[in-house]
Design a binder for this molecule. Sequence first.
Ligand code: G4P
Length: 281
Amino acid sequence: MAYQWYPGHMTKAKRMMQEDVKLVDLVIELTDARAPQSGRNPDIDELGKNKFRVILLNKADMADEQQNACWEAYFRAKGLFAAAVNSRTGAGMKRIQNVIMEACQEKIERDRKRGILNRPVRAMVAGIPNVGKSTFINSFAGKACAKTGNKPGVTRGKQWIRLNKSVELLDTPGILWPKIDDPRVGQRLAALGSIRDEIIQTEELSLWVLGFIKKNYPGFLSARYSIAEDADETFLLGEIARVRGCIRTGNEPDYEKAAALLLDDFRSGRIGRITLESAPR
Ligand code: G4P
């Protein structure tokens, strides 16, 4: 199972990002806390190379808490300012403000030495589609000033949101696409719902997700579906179908329906807090 995803507007979005990045001091890169490395775009290092950088592990509420801490430490060890965040509730936004100030300390100092006081840091938010850029902007700005939605690129035009006296945010999320050279990256992103549903083989993907959860988060499946976990993935999917009433005529399990149900449960965090890739040690 190899997922590729090259929408036509990818080049245009990258070009726009190249223009936008010239306007800012700081790039706030959002990635998904449930697959922090797979959810990044390698071009971001090039695009943001002369900028201050912050990396936010968004949707941290659905990821494994222990892994959130490991990933934060991992990115910090690489010299990036990193923090886990839940943009949906806005929890921890004060901390984000501090991380931003920390990341831009050098600029603030430079300005101060030149006698420039209180010049706000100009920042932009970047990340792959659906990672939560618009939600983050709304949350961080404290009011609904960027439209949110499932479709990437709903916000257009160059507008700045003055957050406070120290930060101005470009109200246009920079959209980048994940690079899917490694099939495992594709699998994780598909599992998270970051790849168009039409090209996903739902049943196969659900079997992979089941296998991953069974191995890495024992007890989660039995708690959610009241099923015994010591069986192969196909059998487990059949059990989920049975428990959840996904039955075809002839009393056969409807594997496809059960697969869709499982993926939906996983994506919305109902199976538990799960991270699909461990921080390298
Ligand atoms: P984008 O601009 O990067 O494309 O993403 P967007 O903000 O539209 O967010 C995509 C989905 O992710 C939204 O859900 C949003 O609510 C959800 N989301 C964003 N940040 C977080 C987070 O930190 N935690 C959780 N749990 N969810 C988050 P949706 O189902 O598409 O819309 P809705 O149900 O919120 O209306």
